[in-house]
Every structure is written in C-alpha cells, then in structure tokens.
Design a protein around this ligand. Structure first.
Ligand SMILES: [Zn+2]
Ligand SMILES: [Zn+2]
Length: 413
C-alpha cells in the first residue's frame, strides 16, 4: 500500500501548542491533508496517554484508530528532550521514540519518569543522555525505535551547533549501530545530508513537528509497503519500501542561515564566515544555522546520493501559496475560503500539491495552476530563515500577479 506518514507531531499537552490538537481533530485534519498515518505524539504525558487509551483501539498491526470514526491510523510516538552534561559541555538533544503497543509505552514511561517530570510537558525534559535513552528504548522492546529529531537545528539536536555533537558516533557511542535514520528537520533536506559520507547509511526521515492542525504534513514520509508498524520501520531500516519524503525548501526553515533575531542580522554561511561568525550589531557570536553547520561537518563539496537512498521532492504548504496569490495573510478569511474550496474540489491538500495534473489545476484556477507547476519544478524565490525566524518561499515576481489582475485574459492560461 502507498501511504503518507507524519511521524512527529504534538498534542495539546505540549508547550506552545494549539488546544485543538485533540485525537479527533488530528484524525480529521490528516484526511484534509491526505495523510494516512500520524504519530500520536506525546505518549509520555500521562493525561494524553489516558486519552489515547480511551479513544483509540489497536488494529492489531501496531497502529491504532479512533474507536468511533475515521480512516486515519495512529502510531505511538513521542519526542523527548535530553538535557545533560557530556564532555564538559551541556548537551540538549531532542529524540523521537516509537513503541509498538500500549504495554511497551507504559513500561517505558515508568522507567523514564525517574529522570524527569513527564506530566510537565508533552515533550518532557529528562536528565538522561541520548545514548542512555536509546539503551532504555532498546531494553523495552525489539520493536521500539529511536530517531534523532530535527538533527541539525542549533539548540536542541544531535548535530546542532549549540547543544549537539560533531558526529552521531560521539553522541550514541557503542549504540550507534542502532541509529538507522535521522529526521532532517525543516531547515535541511536529504541532499544537504548527502554531503557527509558518515551519514550515507542512514535513512532521511521528515515529519511536520506540527504544533497546530494547519501545520500537519508540512513535511511527510512516503511509504510503499504493508500498512503495519513493523513493515513501516523495516522499510526505513532496509531502505526498501520507504519511498522518500516531501520537504520544505530548506531556506524556509527557522534555522537556515546564521544570524541574530534581535539584531535583525541574517547572513549566508559565506558572509558569516567572513566576519568570523560575529554579529556586527551586538558583537556576540551569531546563532549558527543549519547550512553553516552542514558545511562545517560534511566532507563533500557537493551532494552525492548514496545507493538505495530514498528520493525527495519539495512542497510549499497550500495556505502559503494561497496567501501569496491573494496578497493576504495565511490566516485571512480569503485564504481560508480559497483553501476550503480547493480541498473540496481536489479531495485533499496532497492531491492538489503533488498528484493533480497541471492542466486540471489550471482549469480550476490558472494562477493556482501556474503556482503549483512552479513549485513542482522548484522555480521559486527564496529568502532564508535565521535564528528562529521562518524563511519565505515565493512563486511569483513582485509585479507578476498585479499585471495578471489588470488583463482581460489570465497570463497563466
Ligand atoms: Zn524538537
Ligand atoms: Zn547580535
């Protein structure tokens, strides 16, 4: 079966998330997006786990469904923040953990609760190192897995410039062979990772890290294998049946360039290098983004796709495309209306973004048709994000849409 899986999301119990992140609305919005499988997120949180147990039923294949309704599958997942000292340095790493059944989750939570307050946040902070966390995961079940989350972001990741390590091996030491994949995160794509030969054996996974319903599926994993928990993870491990990912253009991520948010300074790796990574405004070290970090650690000047590596394609969330076309904010009524109409016409967001033939979209709306064609071809203008500020991906030149409005017949037919 071909399916899309968003395996990193959060519940309404995680900090800075929408109260709408309930199991019912998650299932509903997965269908709107065209996603067949969602991570539950936050299974370490006692109240969220209670909701999971009350509202979901096991399908017998390692996935779960809402008891009363819906075709959306759920997979037991959580994200854990490890904050600890190793090698005289404070390390802050986020890791994703997956479990095959509720019993495994409960045994895991019991052990983990010795290292932090699991009820304080849907994404709990523990004092356990990433390596020791992995050991605990492996001890719980042969079917339990750990994947380093958004592996390159500066503050909270395995390879990040501030809280991370200079290699996967340094972080996971003797247990490194049990790391089979990393989550590339919004600010990096698989090709950036293919610049470093040490990562060649790892699968490159991508999920949304959504803190709201709208952000579900902004990055997603593609599978062509049996719709079961074991088949899915075997596909990733064996690089057979994991078809790849839909990705942000990496510049759109919040940590693409180097920079200082409060000083309004954003620099490409080359520019930042020239000023020794020092902010020209406050004279302190810039927050080193993912592009710089990749070029520092990698050993190839260009990406070399490893044998069996899954493919990837870029997407832009439909709301952002509609926001550019309409010249109004992503949360405006105009965009909301256009979004709802497009979804009811095309069935779901991915059907429009990736599957509908260009001619069909042009017939529905010439400007949207042109936008989607450009996105699929990668013909976009990019303003890179930095130090926590999202970048911007634009499909049209400044005056193009204006000109089109003033003609009788659309320029994009
Ligand atoms: Zn995280
Ligand atoms: Zn500064």
């Amino acid at each position: 079966m071909f399916y899309k899986a968003d395996l990193h999301i959060h519940s309404h119990y995680a900090k800075a998330t929408s109260p709408q992140l309930t199991l019912e609305l998650l299932a509903k919005w997965a269908a709107i997006k065209g996603i067949q499988l969602l991570g539950t997120g936050d299974f370490t949180h006692p109240a969220w786990l209670k909701e999971i147990k009350e509202k979901l039923k096991a399908a017998g294949n390692g996935f779960f469904y809402l008891k009363n309704a819906g075709d959306t599958g759920f997979c037991l997942s959580t994200e854990i923040s490890s904050v600890y000292v190793y090698g005289n340095k404070v390390r802050k790493n986020h890791n994703l953990v997956y479990m095959p059944d509720i019993d495994a989750v409960e045994r895991f939570n019991k052990k983990l609760s010795k290292y932090g307050d699991l009820s304080s946040d849907g994404r709990p902070t523990v004092t356990l190192s990433s390596r020791d966390l992995l050991e605990m995961v492996l001890e719980i079940s042969d079917h339990a897995h750990l994947v380093p989350a958004h592996a390159w972001t500066p503050w909270f990741s395995t390879l990040g410039s501030k809280g991370g390590y200079d290699s996967i091996e340094e972080c996971f030491r003797d247990l490194t062979p049990d790391i089979f994949a990393i989550e590339t995160g919004l600010s990096s794509d698989p090709a950036m990772n293919w610049q470093w030969s040490k990562l060649d054996h790892l699968a490159m996974m991508s999920s949304s890290d959504a803190h709201s319903l709208h952000n579900l599926g902004r990055e997603v994993n593609l599978f062509d294998t049996d719709f079961t928990y074991d088949a899915m993870f075997n596909a990733v491990k064996n690089k057979n049946g994991f078809s790849g990912t839909y990705e942000f253009f990496p510049e759109e991520g919040k940590y693409s360039f180097d920079g200082h948010r409060k000083c309004g300074i954003s620099m490409s790796p080359e520019l930042s290098n020239k000023v020794n990574n020092i902010c020209p405004v406050c004279k302190k070290q810039l927050t080193i983004g993912v592009m710089s970090r990749v070029s520092k650690l990698s050993d190839r000047s260009v990406a070399v796709r490893p044998a069996n590596a899954a493919a990837f394609e870029y997407i832009i969330p439909l709301r952002e495309i509609l926001s550019e076309i309409n010249g109004t904010g992503v949360n405006s009524i105009k965009v909301e209306k256009a979004y709802t109409n497009a979804i009811s016409f095309f069935g779901n967001e991915f059907a429009l973004l990736k599957e509908a033939p260009p001619d069909g979209i042009r017939k529905y709306d010439p400007v949207l048709g042109e936008a989607i064609s450009r996105m699929r071809l990668g013909k976009v203008n990019r303003v890179a994000g930095y130090d926590g500020i999202y970048g911007k991906i634009m499909l049209f030149e400044k005056d193009e849409l204006q000109k089109n409005k003033s003609t009788q017949v659309s320029l994009f037919i």
